[in-house]
Design a protein around this ligand. Structure first.
Ligand code: ASP
Length: 346
């Protein structure tokens, strides 16, 4: 059984086997069906996810910290327009890209996040800088952009983030008066309207099921966990809407004693259910397994409330779990010097 299948089945590594540095990533969950992806598109996703896993693996195998591996993997995905993070992120109602990200160190409990930034090329680096170089946990808007610039991070013109595909996606969402989870156009937080059909689906992908928020969780050779998440949020979001991704406990959480988690899905449900922390709390207070904790949280915080999404979770014993209630989740795992394992569908 490959590690992804083993994880889906909630299996732990054999006892006594030393725990190899491990990295899990996701590139969003949603209506991701085989029938909606061309072979070419699927190959592109697989290559992108494998590239991110390799970037994180290089850090871990050089003896680097899990925090650095998380940043390295997420940076690759932020730079790739396939995903709803960094370059190629979804647009808000006014046609701007506003980015959210967070990171947490499982060894110390320190954390950092940025929300609604418009000029930081790699928001995950800004989140890390907030954690490492500010007395705060979460910075938002212009101040966060200014802080990132002061920290010497790469600053770009907001046009850098824009892609034509996202412009068309926003036009459709606005025409339908919908606020959309990127990779699942059916999810709506506004009253439903008759859909405007996608005229732009010329590349063989279901346009609304195309991209996603990104995240990573890692375990390093020192036994330390870290988690990070980065996103452009929801298409057609309004009024400075912030999602779960920059919020510690909602979209991201890491604690060496319990678990590292990164989530993706309708952020409002992750915020109401404190999904990432809820998983850790179940492990800590109920003493349930990582796998059971993820299943329980997905059921209570998402299924039972009609929320959609998924999580990647990893503990210090190297147990992993991919949990989601959507048709698919772009995801991957790499252990030690092993090969990247990538999965997309349920
Ligand atoms: N969770 C993100 C948000 O609500 C969206 C996503 O996961 O794609 O901002």
């Amino acid at each position: 059984m490959n590690p992804i299948a083993a994880a889906a089945a909630g299996k732990a590594p054999a006892p006594g086997v030393p725990v190899a540095p491990t990295l899990l990533i996701h590139g969003g969950a949603g209506t991701i069906l085989r029938a909606n992806l061309t072979r070419k598109a699927e190959a592109a996703y697989r290559a992108a996810l494998a590239g991110a896993l390799r970037a994180g693996q290089a850090v871990l195998m050089a003896g680097g910290a899990s925090l650095d591996a998380v940043v390295a993997a997420i940076r690759v995905l932020e730079d790739d327009p396939l995903f709803n993070a960094g370059h190629g992120s979804v647009l808000n109602h006014e046609g701007h890209v506003e980015l959210d990200a967070s990171i947490m160190d499982g060894a110390t409990g320190r954390a950092g996040g940025v929300a609604g930034v418009r000029t930081v090329r790699n928001p995950i680096e800004a989140a890390r800088a907030v954690m490492a170089h500010s007395p705060h946990v979460l910075l938002a808007g212009e101040g966060a952009d200014r802080f990132a610039a002061d920290q010497g991070l790469a600053i770009v013109d907001p046009a850098y983030f824009l892609t034509e595909h996202r412009r068309r996606q926003l036009d459709r969402a606005r025409a339908n008066d919908r606020i959309e989870l990127d990779h699942d156009g059916r999810v709506t937080l506004a009253p439903p309207a008759p859909p405007v059909p996608d005229q732009d689906n010329r590349d063989g992908q279901a346009d609304e099921g195309k991209f996603g928020t990104v995240g990573a969780v890692a375990l390093d050779t020192f036994g330390n966990l870290a988690a990070g998440t980065s996103t452009g949020g929801l298409t057609n979001k309004r009024w400075g809407r912030i999602g779960d991704s920059p919020l510690i406990g909602a979209g991201t959480y890491a604690d060496n004693g319990t678990v590292a988690v990164s989530g993706t899905g309708t952020g409002e449900f992750f915020m109401r259910g404190l999904v990432a922390y809820d998983i850790a709390a179940r492990v800590r207070y109920l003493g349930v397994s990582l796998s059971d904790a993820v299943d329980q949280t997905v059921r209570c915080a998402l299924d039972e409330r009609q929320g959609q999404g998924g999580v990647i979770a990893l503990n210090a014993r190297g147990e992993v779990k991919f949990g989601f209630n959507t048709e698919g989740m772009y995801r991957g795992e790499i252990r030690g010097t092993g090969e990247p394992m990538v999965s997309i569908y349920r």
